[in-house]
Design a protein. Structure first.
Length: 341
C-alpha cells in the first residue's frame, strides 16, 4: 500500500477542512455502499402461508415457499442482486447419511425452482453443506465421532448437482472439507452446469457467532460437539490465505470470509493478495448483537447497521451477505443515512 507523500504540517495542513461540509465529505468518501453490494439470506420452511419469527433474530423469518417468493420480490424491487436460501428441514427428514440433501425434490430445490420461476433475474446462491439435513448437525458425514472428509465431498457433489438442476446460479460450499471445490467443479461440469459459479466459503471460522443461524435451521439442538476439526481457528490469518489459494486453484469463482466484523483483517488481506471477488458474511450472531443493542436503545439501529456494512466495503469486500439486506436497501433508497461520511 502507498504511503501519503510528504505529509504537510499543522497549521498549513488541517485534516478537518475536508470534513467541514456534507458535500465535501461525500466527495472524498473512499468506500460506498449500494443495494448492488447486498445478498439476502433466506430461511425456508415446509408449509404454506407461513412467516415464522426467529426469537434470536428479530425481524428475520422462516418463510414457506409461497411467501418467500414475495419476500424475494421485495428484495428485487430494491435492487438487491442475489439471495441465499437455507432450509429449515423437518427433523424427521434429518438422517445420519444426510440423503435428503441430494433429493431433487427437497425443500431447498423446490424453493429454488419457485424463486427462479417468479424472479429469473435474481441470482440464487445455494449453500452446499450437509448440516440442515444431518441428524448429527455436522456439515459432514460422521463416523465414530469423526467427520469424514472424502465421503462428505462425494455427498456434496451430489447435493450441488441437484441444486444446479433446480436452477441455482451459484454453488456455495460452506462445509470446509478439503478438496471440495475441485470435486464440485468437476461434478457440475460433468452434469452440464459449466456456467454455474462457485462461491467458496474459503475462510470460514469455527465461530461462536453462528448460534442464531443454528436456531433458525434447527441444526444447533442436534449438534454433537463443535466444528473445530473443519472450520478455522479464529487465531489464524495466514491459513485463510492458504485456503483461498487452494480454492482458487481448484476453480472457485468467488471466495468468502465468515463471520464478518471480527475478521475484517482477513477480508483486507485476501483482497490485497488475490484481487478476486471477495464476499463477506455478516452472520446471524452479528445481526443478533446489533438488534439486541438497538432494541435496548443502546445503539442507533440504522446508523450502526450502515456503519457495519460500510466497514466491509472499506475492508475490500465486493459483496455482503446480511440478514439486514432489505432493511439496508430501504435506508439507501430513502437516503436517510448517507452511506459514507
Ligand atoms: C453451515 C452454515 C452455517 C452458517 C451458514 N452455513 C453455520 C455453521 O457453520 O454452523 C452460519 C450463518 C450465520 O450464522 O448467519 N454450513
Amino acid at each position: 500500500m502507498s504511503r501519503p507523500v510528504a505529509p504537510g504540517r499543522f497549521p498549513r495542513t488541517r485534516m478537518r477542512r475536508a470534513r467541514g461540509g456534507e458535500w465535501s465529505r461525500r466527495l472524498v468518501a473512499e468506500a460506498r455502499l449500494s443495494a448492488a453490494d447486498l445478498i439476502l439470506p433466506l430461511f425456508v420452511v415446509e408449509g404454506s402461508g407461513l412467516r415464522q419469527e426467529i426469537p434470536s433474530m428479530p425481524g428475520v423469518h422462516r418463510w414457506s415457499i409461497d411467501r418467500v417468493v414475495e419476500w424475494v420480490g421485495e428484495a428485487r424491487a430494491l435492487g438487491i442482486p442475489a439471495v441465499a436460501p437455507f432450509p429449515s428441514v423437518d427433523p424427521i427428514r434429518k438422517t445420519a447419511d444426510c440423503r435428503e440433501a441430494w433429493n431433487p425434490d427437497n425443500l431447498i430445490c423446490r424453493a429454488v425452482r419457485a424463486v427462479k420461476a417468479a424472479h429469473p433475474e435474481v441470482g440464487i446462491i445455494c449453500d452446499v453443506a450437509l448440516d440442515p439435513f444431518n441428524s448429527l448437525g455436522h456439515d459432514g458425514l460422521v463416523e465414530d465421532g469423526r467427520i469424514l472428509n472424502d465421503e462428505t465431498v462425494e455427498a456434496l457433489c451430489r447435493q450441488a448437482v441437484v441444486q444446479a438442476e433446480a436452477g441455482c446460479d451459484v454453488a456455495a460450499p460452506s462445509d470446509m472439507m478439503d478438496g471440495r471445490i475441485g470435486a464440485i467443479r468437476d461434478a457440475l461440469d460433468a452434469a452440464g452446469f459449466k456456467d454455474v459459479q462457485i462461491l467458496s466459503y474459503a475462510a470460514k471460522y469455527a465461530s461462536a457467532f453462528y448460534g442464531p443461524f443454528r436456531d433458525a435451521v434447527g441444526s444447533g439442538a442436534v449438534l454433537k460437539g463443535d466444528k473445530k476439526t473443519y472450520q478455522m481457528d479464529p487465531a489464524n490469518g495466514d491459513e485463510a490465505l492458504r485456503e483461498v489459494a487452494l480454492d482458487l486453484e481448484e476453480g472457485a469463482d468467488m471466495v468468502m470470509v465468515k463471520p464478518g466484523m471480527p475478521y475484517l483483517d482477513v477480508v483486507r488481506r485476501i483482497k490485497d493478495t488475490f484481487a478476486v471477488p471477495t464476499m463477506v458474511y455478516q452472520v446471524s450472531g452479528e445481526y443478533a448483537m446489533l438488534k439486541a443493542a438497538a432494541g435496548n436503545g443502546w445503539l442507533d439501529n440504522d446508523k450502526a447497521l450502515m456503519e457495519s456494512l460500510l466497514s466491509f466495503k472499506r475492508a475490500g469486500a465486493d459483496g455482503i451477505l446480511t440478514y439486514a439486506a432489505v432493511e439496508a436497501a430501504r435506508l439507501l433508497r430513502d437516503g436517510v443515512i448517507p452511506t459514507s461520511r
